[in-house]
Design a protein around this ligand. Structure first.
Ligand SMILES: [Zn+2]
Length: 343
């Protein structure tokens, strides 16, 4: 008898406890426009608090005096915006955590008939997520390669990187290792990248050869193993250090090696995509993507590529690259490949 009374009492208390708690019964995501919808039982719209943590990219919605149906709990979803969703029940409220892949803008409101909570969100374009380090090869006392036509690699590389900065700045924070004709050591370049916590490093150069026949574009990424051809190009680009008495910076090298494998994978993919689209767009020979031991990429703590945008010693290549129109075209292709990697 006593036992039955206790059960009855519990049942009555539970009923009272639940009676004014509103049931949240279904949670779903729509793709276009991107939104999260929670169906609410009945006509009452529960009060809610909403807050967004920009640092950790999660949105927290707390529905007061509600309970969650079982299909609302611990829901894990994958989409182009959302990493995962977690539902937590506490006291008389339900908390919904939505973890986003990128920073977002959001707005929320209730809709009636049937009652539902709708959270609209979109990528926050004003908030730039990533930093790209743009490096114009050579500079100052180091002219890089010089064509028979007296074009200097350092000047053409700088022109391309200026267009590259303009393009990338629409979507990224951009740091230039140099924006004028100044000399920066090889290890100084990745050091700048690491100081600004760069997410990607791109170094722009022009190739050269004793034969004016050699032509086309190559894209390099950092690799400890390299082909003979890649070794030759890297030897030229690395010779700046020897010429101007630079010692390798051990800490920088170790930093670059920490995530060697992952960075190499990412860089190789961007390099391959870029060399294909670049050579097509600029109508240049596709010389491929190669792994090489470049000092300028080695020290950077993240993925990166080195673009040989054409041969300064080839008439056809230089007739394009000397023109602003082609410098911009080259920059736009490089920017496109980087954007594809991030977005
Ligand atoms: Zn160079």
């Amino acid at each position: 008898m006593r036992k039955i009374n206790l059960i009855l009492l519990f049942f009555i208390l539970a009923t009272i406890g639940f009676s004014n708690q509103i049931l949240l019964q279904n949670l779903r995501f729509n793709g276009n426009p991107p939104q999260m919808v929670i169906d609410v039982e009945g006509n009452v719209k529960p009060k809610y608090n909403i807050s967004y943590d920009e640092q950790n990219r999660y949105l927290f919605v707390e529905f007061l005096n509600t309970r969650a149906s079982s299909n609302l709990k611990n829901k894990i979803l994958n989409g182009s915006y959302v990493k995962n969703v977690q539902v937590r029940k506490y006291k008389n409220s339900t908390g919904v955590f939505i973890f986003f892949k990128n920073n977002i803008n959001y707005s929320a409101r209730y809709w009636s008939n049937p009652t539902r909570f709708v959270l609209n969100f979109d990528k926050n374009k004003a908030k730039k997520e990533y930093t790209i380090i743009v490096d114009a090869g050579h500079g100052g006392k180091d002219p890089g390669a010089t064509g028979f036509n007296r074009y200097h690699e350092k000047d053409l590389a700088l022109k391309i990187t200026k267009y590259l900065k303009t393009n990338l700045s629409k979507d990224f924070n951009v740091i230039m290792t140099r924006s004028n004709d100044s000399f920066i050591s090889l290890s100084g370049r990745p050091n700048i990248g690491n100081k600004y916590k760069g997410d990607f490093f791109v170094s722009v150069h022009l190739n050269s050869n004793s034969s004016s026949q050699a032509n086309g574009a190559d894209i390099f990424y950092f690799s400890r193993t390299e082909s003979n051809y890649a070794k030759k190009v890297a030897a030229f680009e690395n010779s700046v250090g020897d010429k101007f008495g630079e010692n390798a910076d051990d800490i920088t090298l170790i930093m670059g090696q920490l995530f060697y494998k992952k960075n190499k994978e990412v860089s190789a993919k961007v390099a391959q995509n870029l060399v294909n689209s670049y050579s097509k767009k600029l109508r240049m020979t596709n010389r491929g993507a190669h792994g090489a031991n470049f000092a300028v990429l080695r020290g950077f703590d993240g993925p990166g590529i080195l673009v040989e945008a054409g041969f300064i010693t080839n008439t056809s290549d230089i007739s394009k690259i000397k023109q602003a129109k082609y410098q911009k075209l080259a920059a736009d292709e490089i920017a496109k490949a980087i954007k594809q990697h991030f977005y």
